[in-house]
Write a new protein. Sequence first.
Length: 75
Amino acid sequence: MARATSIRKKAYTTNGDNYPVSSVTVISAPNNLEDEIRTRAYLLYEQEGRQEGRDEEYWLRAESEILQRYGQRGG
C-alpha cells in the first residue's frame, strides 16, 4: 500500500545533461511499482550524500527492496 511522503527532489534539464537547475519539494504517493522504486532510489541517493554516478546501483538496490516487500524476486 502506497503512503504519501514528502521528499525533496532536484529538477533536471531535459537536454540529457542532468545538471541540477533547482530544488523543489514534492509531496507524492507512488502510483505504481516503478514510481515506488524511483522514489526509494532517490531516497538512497539522498541518504548516501548525493553521490553522483551511482544511479544504477541505487535503482537496483531500491528495486530489490521493493520487490522483496511485495514477495517478488528481483532480476
